[in-house]
Structures are given as structure tokens and as C-alpha cells.
Design a protein around this ligand. Structure first.
Ligand code: SAM
Length: 240
């Protein structure tokens, strides 16, 4: 029996109009949609009148869910993989299903579309020829080592890439404090000029989309008067 295909379908990161014609066609034509969260997926599927059956996958707790999706593809069904936002696998649990499909020699077809990191980068004004994406920063172990590593690289002239990572609203203020402490120790307690430029891209593609640009200290100050809301992409660039 011929196997089905696993389509990796990118979906909007906020604005529901950010989806391709091809993505909608594939979501309508496949036998099954494997979604990170079926309740979340319903909003998109309802808007585009997509009536394909939808199941959830979950990479951490339930390997049998992934195996049952793989079996269905092995039996000839085609499955579209979607995550809560953007490109599946970029800092979300879709990676496990993609790995399992590759191990089972299933054909994978990506359907490109939005991702928060590129959406933020192209409008940030920071250098975009070279960039490095870190996903979510480690919360404890490895966090300080990573940040001091960026400082060392910058000081020795080895950091010509824009740094990009994701952050949630309840952690962003603390992360900016950590950045100023580890990247800019000399300016954190003085008025010395910083070589680091930061851009915070907030609520991308949504009504309250905002790009906040400045030094670490300026952005920390901004959050003292206006508490952060929405999801963030953080971009950092060092100019010697
Ligand atoms: N797969 C997604 C992608 O392709 O960008 C990323 C999923 S990750 C679980 C979610 C994080 O992406 C959020 O915490 C935030 O940092 C970033 N993000 C997603 N949507 C965003 C948006 N509309 N505006 C700003 N950041 C966003």
C-alpha cells in the first residue's frame, strides 16, 4: 500500500489572513489535521470552512498519539501538521512528529508561510544578512553562560550576526534586566553609551503590533511606565 504524505503547514501568527491559498487547499484535501491544540485550530479552520477531522499531537506526554498518526500515514492517509502559530517545528512541539515521520520514511512536504522570527527581522532595521536564532533562552542552567558568551564574542569582534530569540510577556522585563547585567555591565550603572541596539517586536500582525527600538536601559525604563503585553520577539545587534 502506498504511504500518505505529511504536510508541514504554516499558519498565521496572529492575523488570520496570513495564510496561503495552497495551505488552505491542503488543509481541505488531507484526510486528517494533526494540531498542537485542536481548540486553538478550530478558530482558523472555522474561518476558512475547513471541515477535515482534527486530532491533537503532543510531543512530551503521549508518544502513542504520534505513533497512531504515523500508522495512519503508513496506511495511505495524508496528514497536515499545524502548530498554534507560524511554522510548525520552530520552537514548538511539532519537531517530534516530523522526526517520527522521517524515521518511518514518510514523504514530508513543507507548505511555507509566516514565522515570527523572520517577520520581526525584516522590519527590525537590524542587519539581516547574518542572524542567529536561539528559540527561547534557557531559564536557569546555561542562561548566564550564553549571555556572557555573546558579550565575549562582541568584545572580540566575532559577533556580526543579529541575535534573535522568543520571549513571553511575563518574562520580558526580567530578561532585559539580565541582558543589561551580562551584556552591558559597564553601562548598567552609569550613563555610558551602549554598543547594543535592541528591537522588541510585539503582537506581530495583530492590531496592536509594535516595534520598540532602543538601548536595553531605555526599554527597561519603558516597561516601568507601561507593563509589557503580548508575545515578543527580541532582536539584538552589536556595533563596535
Ligand atoms: N512556530 C512559531 C513561529 O514559527 O514563529 C513560534 C511558536 S513559539 C511556541 C511562540 C513564541 O513565538 C511566542 O512566545 C513569541 O515569542 C513568538 N511569537 C509568536 N507569535 C508572535 C507574534 N504575533 N508577535 C510576536 N511574537 C510572536
Amino acid at each position: 500500500m502506498e504511504k500518505g504524505t505529511l504536510y508541514i503547514v504554516s499558519t498565521p501568527i496572529g492575523n488570520l489572513e496570513d495564510i496561503t491559498f495552497r495551505a488552505i487547499r491542503v488543509l481541505k484535501e488531507v484526510n486528517l489535521i494533526a494540531a498542537e491544540d485542536t481548540r486553538h485550530a478550530t478558530i482558523l479552520l472555522h474561518k476558512y470552512e475547513i471541515r477535515t477531522p482534527c486530532v491533537s499531537y503532543h510531543s512530551y506526554s503521549n508518544d502513542s498519539k504520534i505513533q497512531s498518526i504515523i500508522e495512519k500515514i503508513n496506511e495511505g492517509q495524508s496528514v497536515a501538521l499545524i502548530s498554534d502559530a507560524g511554522t510548525p517545528g520552530i520552537s514548538d512541539p511539532a519537531y517530534t512528529l516530523i522526526q517520527a515521520a522521517l524515521a518511518a520514511e514518510i514523504t514530508i512536504t513543507p507548505i511555507p508561510g509566516p514565522s515570527a522570527l523572520l517577520t520581526a527581522l525584516v522590519a527590525s532595521g537590524l542587519p539581516m544578512h547574518h542572524f542567529r536564532y536561539y528559540g527561547f533562552l534557557p531559564l536557569k542552567k546555561g542562561r548566564q553562560t550564553l549571555l556572557t558568551g555573546w558579550r565575549t564574542a562582541a568584545a572580540s569582534g566575532d559577533l556580526d550576526e543579529t541575535i534573535i530569540f522568543y520571549e513571553s510577556p511575563h518574562r520580558i522585563a526580567r530578561t532585559l534586566e539580565d541582558l543589561v547585567k551580562h551584556l552591558d555591565p559597564a553601562v548598567s550603572s552609569t550613563d555610558a553609551t551602549s554598543n547594543w541596539t535592541v528591537v522588541l517586536a510585539r503582537e506581530l500582525t495583530k492590531i496592536h503590533e509594535e516595534f520598540m527600538r532602543g538601548t536595553l536601559k531605555e526599554l527597561i525604563q519603558a516597561f516601568k511606565t507601561k507593563p509589557p503585553r503580548g508575545e515578543f520577539v527580541v532582536l539584538l545587534s552589536y556595533k563596535p
